[in-house]
Design a protein around this ligand. Sequence first.
Ligand code: SF4
Length: 943
Amino acid sequence: MLRMKRRSFLKLAAATGAAATIAPRLASAKIEYPDYPQGRSGVAPDTNRGHEWRTSVCLQCHGGCGIIGKLKDGELLKIEGNPYSHNTHDYVIPKGTYAKSGDIDFNDERGTVCPKGASGVYTLYNPRRLLHPVKRVGARGSRQWKRISWDQAYDEIANGGDLFGEGHVDGLAAVKDDAPIGSGESDYMDEAPPEGYGPKKNQFRWERGRNENAPTTNLLHKNYGTINKGTHWTICEASMVHYHVFQTGGFNAWDLKNATYAISAGGNIYDASFPAQTQARYLSKWFLRRPGTKYVYVGPRQSKSAGPAGNTEWVPIKTGTDPAFGLGMIRWIIENNAYASDMISRPNPDAAAAGGYPTSTDATFLVKTDAPMGYLTDADGDPQVSKNGQIVKASSVSGTADLEGGTAGAKTVFTLLKERAMEKSMDEYDDICGIPRGTIARIAREFSSAEKPVVFQYKGPCQQSNPTGTQAYTIINGLMDRYWREGGISGGGSKAHGHVGSAEKVERTGITASRAGDAYAGAKAKPTKPWFPLQMGKGGDGVQTETFAGIAADYPYKVKVYWAYRSDPLFGLPRGNQIMNKVLSKVPLIVAVDPFMNETSMRVDYVLPDTTYLEHWSYMHTHPAVKHAEASVRQPLVGTVDHAGKTHTPINPDTRSVGNIHMQMAMKLGLPNVGPGGAGNGEGFTNDYEFWDLYFDNAKDAEHGYEVGHNFSGGLDPNAEHMKIGGAYGSELDRQDLGSGHHFSIYLDNVATTKNSLSGEYMNGLPYVGQIAGDGSPFEDHFDTETYNYGVGTNKRWQHTQGRTAENLWLMSLEPENGLEMNPDDAAKYGVRSGDSVQIENAAGETGRYIYKVFVTNTIRPNYGEVTQSFGHWELGSKDIDIEGHEGGGIKGDARVGAGSHIATLMMPDPAQEGPLDERSCPTDPVGGSAAQYSILAKVRKV
Ligand code: SF4
């Protein structure tokens, strides 16, 4: 193995770290550092002798970095990067091989972690963790609790009764009813499809936040049989994934290490993205050090990754204008014949392979010019192209087809794309983006003349009601033959999944609470709320904002039990403040599973204390930006593991892992596929150790195993190779060898042939300019954009995730509060200076719950401000919590947890929907379901 010398590694790590250094920004903020150490014993141990290293996986973000914990006498002293994990460390092993134990000595060589990863020690030992199951005392939201036993909690949640002295409440057992939802459960039966909304058991809504325990957490809702599982996907990346999957067949990522010209649109990779620290390392250590490279960041707030240093540039476009930026680049590339004409003219994988290309495209496919504007197909449904003027099947062409033109009633995709791009001049595109004229043309020229250009996007372009900036950027890569090319876009990461079987098949049918994956087919002409026929989250992720807006309105049917796992929609959901008050007052039974008492947990009936991620078993794959086939095993760093007895006892013995909680609840309800024999074939499990042992061990079977050769034989046996080094870590993948036979779509036939549920109009198969309401109409039709001309958005800082990391005072001490970042021109206009306070009013006249402290900076464009995520908590341990029977009478709050402000409360109601404001979600992408988190129209007032 070629290892980096320790000294040079340190130098590079320092370079990476320096680029990401966090400086406290608010002059008025008082910086306090919590006492050290924060360990369980409270006594500083001798850290350098008698310690051991144990491997696991970080979960402070979704990046999946392998970690090693330094332990002494069972106490976690420190977290570092597992040097076997390529997320944290660069090393080389022969192609096609996997690292072996002994290749790297943990005492000699260690990988990196970001501040969030290192601070896991604090999260583990946080004195504000919930230590016992609790039940509310008095009215919901009264902040009064009492400790109960696990048996009591499971029994009451399962069986219901007069649980709070307020009358009878149905438990999960009673709600589990296979009879169809009818008028007793829904006031909207005239909006149901002919087959109805499904069984009454769909009135159990299961919801999760950050989770890497899916195989165990899913045991409850899946075996219960409810269609209603939800996640936070649509306030994260859902629309980007939808467009990627629709256009390229999967979610692939850039090869930043090897690109020569990289445009990042909205992806602030020195602060966030997946895995944040790895992409930051690739940029600092690989990309920017090679001569002739250039990195361009496109977005309204300057990323640390772009400038002012030499070969970087920040292009400060207005929020929501990525479709214009992308279409402008497309126009320039087409007008200047800078696209890969031969490659994009090959309409099927064989034709592409014959030309030496890994990817074919739909550029030559014919599209009907009358609605629905789908592909022109033959009687077999196969797309048609023109070959020398003859209409033939796309699949029959052996070389190229006609790129431009068409036939009667149809035009090629390329022709339509060209027409769309030509709808506006280059000056108009620059003007829409609010950047100097000539900028887009210059960037397009630089991009198209680079050896290995690539554009990649995250968050900003996709968390919009019109996320087709994502589509436009994907098209640019495709036009330039940058898919499955070195330095371009390709797969990576891994699909390492084990398997635990099922003894019985459980059907989950009906319509989800968010109407994900179903077209509206009711008797009423127009639905009350939007439906999302193309959303891929049916029974899986759903559309989170619409789920809760729907529950608030009892639409399309009433929800009777809401179960939240590490989810805090009252705090973090766009308009959560408006919508969740109704949800949390009307759902009859609400349960939360969490190590902490967050805003939502404080308003429920029962809170069941999860252990932290550092006490869990599970698996973690690696993101496709990391071009290695690898996957890590999460195992408890602390507590007592009895491998012979197959158990784990956590450090707080009355807490339980989320896997065990869901499994035990499922067993209490007598659900199939859990417990002894639950896995079928005579196999079963009664706790999460047994489950994961089986899960990993089954990966040795070809059917369930690791896709590139490694298996996890031995399960959780500490002597198994993957347990000794923390996972399976493979050599670097060769981009070209990653595959051929790929197909890339410029045009989205499925979108163009699907109707927007609220307007009844077909949607657009190509990118288009402008922000939209839920029915596709422009914002300008609904909002006073002259008065509300100040845009507000959000971002993540290096030390925080979306919402939950404020519990961690190591992280909060790095920057004790946030504020509204404001351009100096705006500050002069509003008469404010750093430290002053402002009120923000959105275009619906709402001012939300916060007053915002201003931070004046020229790292944000004029007429736009941003407020960093994770701040502004009013619970999560920021206040004392009374719990009868809990150590110390409850949880002692720390006000530092609650510093700062948040903008979810300011997101505007969708003007295309009717009904009260507390039942309306924000504008939402009708395709992928993403919430428009960067599109608040506002005005600002000094207070
Ligand atoms: S990038 Fe994410 S997964 Fe990696 S160490 Fe940081 S928080 Fe953990």
